[in-house]
Design a protein around this ligand. Structure first.
Ligand SMILES: [Zn+2]
Length: 220
């Protein structure tokens, strides 16, 4: 096979991967692939693109009017007929550009999935932990919400038993923040919610079942 013949075959590879070749051409490409590692590599490179295109949800990528359902057949027919024409080079250059554009589209689509906006977590505003019971280590932070304030509490050394959280206003009045169970030496990671705006939350207290304050933190 001379270079010109090989180039002609090579240019059919794109249509081959997309399943757009007629019987005879398909057979000749397959036969050639058996003996040509370079063209097999090309097939390996294009196959995932073709597969991605088959898997693309048209609704997810369609901009404006969706293509008519018969467009796929029209393209295949065009590829089949065009491949028989003498100006095969020109056509296949276009087919190549089309495949490239399709690959870019698929890439954009896949990228779009990957970069789909992750819900951005609101910032945690660290509190100053003023007091903890003996053997307790604690960190506290507040998160602003529309519905109130969330306390992010991390603690170790809170013995088994029930604990009560309170959100404290500047005048000393409290809003209940719920209850949790101590995890002993295991680290506790707990979110507790108070019906109090962040600006009005000046202090957080954690009280044990006996009424003793075991963690006391202030907004900074
Ligand atoms: Zn080859």
């Amino acid at each position: 096979m001379n270079a010109e013949e090989h180039r002609a075959l090579r240019e059919l590879v794109g249509a081959y991967v997309l399943g757009g070749l007629s019987g005879a051409e398909r057979t000749s490409v397959q036969a050639h692939l058996d003996g040509c590692a370079a063209c097999r590599a090309e097939v390996a490179e294009l196959a995932p693109v073709a597969a991605a295109l088959r898997g693309v949800d048209p609704d997810a990528v369609a901009v404006g009017t969706p293509p008519p359902p018969e467009l796929g057949d029209a393209i295949l027919t065009s590829v089949r007929e065009g491949a028989r024409r003498r100006d095969r080079d020109r056509l296949l250059r276009r087919a190549g550009a089309g495949l490239l554009a399709a690959a870019v589209l698929a890439g954009v689509f896949l990228l779009g999935v990957q970069l789909a906006p992750a819900p951005s977590a609101p910032p945690v505003i660290a509190m100053a932990v003023d007091r903890v019971a003996a053997g307790v280590r604690a960190e506290a932070g507040l998160v602003r919400h529309t519905w109130g304030t969330e306390l992010k509490l991390t603690a170790t050394g809170l013995a088994e038993g029930s604990y009560t959280v309170a959100f404290v206003r500047s005048d000393g009045s409290v809003v209940p923040g719920g209850t949790f169970i101590g995890t002993g030496a295991n680290t506790l990671n707990c979110s507790l919610n108070g019906a109090l705006p962040l600006e009005e939350t000046v202090e957080i207290t954690v009280t044990d079942a006996g009424g003793a304050v075991v963690v006391d933190a202030h907004a900074v």
